[in-house]
Design a protein around this ligand. Structure first.
Ligand SMILES: NC(=O)C1=CN([C@@H]2O[C@H](COP(=O)(O)OP(=O)(O)OC[C@H]3O[C@@H](n4cnc5c(N)ncnc54)[C@H](OP(=O)(O)O)[C@@H]3O)[C@@H](O)[C@H]2O)C=CC1
Ligand SMILES: O=C1CO[C@H](CO)[C@@H](O)[C@@H]1O
Length: 280
């Protein structure tokens, strides 16, 4: 597995397993068991997914050492103060059955993120988190955060797939030394991206699936990916992307199918950011 080195020197496996919407405990346990057996060491959850405890159980039951795992979780929007951030973080640690996180993210740029970031900086300085970052931050929100931040975020986890390539934000993050992590790397199974004719042609040429071509495209862009699947064959398929390479012409062809089309919530949508404060 290839690693990406974050701006503080922490290494993150470039491909991990996402677990959004994996609410059934057996599905979660199986998905994580398949992933560990296939060589995944990086797992991405969040307090709002209500499955941190299941992730903790599945990882604790494996014989992989904690130091060989990379665990990410996220602070939900309903938490808005310094003190509540510390409390929420400790609750996540407890549910995940661990005494540190590898990466902790502010989930959305909703109210209070400067204060939340100050708390996360303290947790980082106390050695309880190896790297801190954000999610769903666009340039104006990142610029605003950086007016008070003492530590530059290591990561921005944002929706990214061939129909929403985030070229501009990618460039902006690269200039700041912030790693680009893709959520919904396969388009969340929505929007028809897995049926795209250009991707299908490239997949046929490599004798790979469209999902594998998409994941390989992200990897060659230097992006961190966390595809989710509860199916054994797909969990295996999604990590089997390190034995082929897309040509420059294929990378350019994929660049050409961008529709600039989000599949999910928009971080510029104030109504959504407000609503997220009341979700739990
Ligand atoms: N920071 C944020 O705001 C967000 C973060 N995330 C994180 O990113 C992770 C990934 O994003 P996610 O939303 O899950 O979407 P993905 O792009 O990973 O797509 C997951 C969907 O694709 C299907 N799928 C997986 N592998 C394949 C394959 N090889 N071939 C065909 N279909 C496949 C899955 O179905 P099946 O399981 O049935 O195989 C599921 O329906 C999340 O799990 C979560 O950890 C997600 C959303 C927002
Ligand atoms: O990670 C996520 C998954 O789903 C949540 C609820 O829609 C999103 O808000 C969030 O970004």
């Amino acid at each position: 597995m290839e690693n990406v080195t974050l701006n503080n020197g922490t290494k993150i496996p470039q491909l991990g397993l996402g677990v959004f919407l994996v609410e059934d405990k057996n599905d979660l346990r199986h998905s994580i068991e398949y992933a560990l057996a296939d060589g995944y060491r990086h797992f991405d959850t969040a307090a709002i997914y209500h499955n941190e405890a299941g992730v903790g159980e599945a990882l604790a039951a494996s014989d992989v050492k904690r130091s060989d795992l990379f665990i990410t979780s996220k602070l939900w929007d309903s938490v808005q103060t310094y003190d509540d951030t510390i409390t929420a973080f400790k609750a996540s640690l407890q549910r995940l059955q661990t005494d540190y996180l590898d990466l902790y993210l502010i989930h959305w740029p909703s109210a209070g993120y400067n204060e939340k970031w100050r708390a996360m900086e303290d947790l980082y300085n106390d050695g309880l988190i190896k790297a801190i970052g954000v999610s769903n931050f666009e340039q104006p929100q990142m610029d605003q955060l950086l007016t008070t931040a003492k530590i530059t975020p290591a990561v921005d986890q944002i929706e990214t797939h061939p129909y929403f390539q985030q070229t501009q934000l990618h460039e902006y993050l690269a200039n700041l030394g912030i790693a680009h992590e893709a959520w919904g790397p396969l388009g969340q199974g929505k929007g028809g991206v897995l049926k795209d004719p250009v991707l299908n042609e490239i997949a046929t040429a490599h004798n790979k699936s469209v999902a594998q071509v998409i994941l390989r495209w992200h990897i060659q862009r230097g992006i961190i990916v966390i595809p989710k699947s509860i199916h054994q064959a797909r969990v295996a398929e999604n990590i089997d992307v390190f034995d082929f390479e897309l040509t420059d012409a294929q990378m350019t062809a994929i660049a050409g199918i961008d529709k600039h089309q989000r599949g999910s919530e928009d971080p510029n949508d104030e109504a959504w950011l407000k609503r997220s404060l009341t979700m739990n």
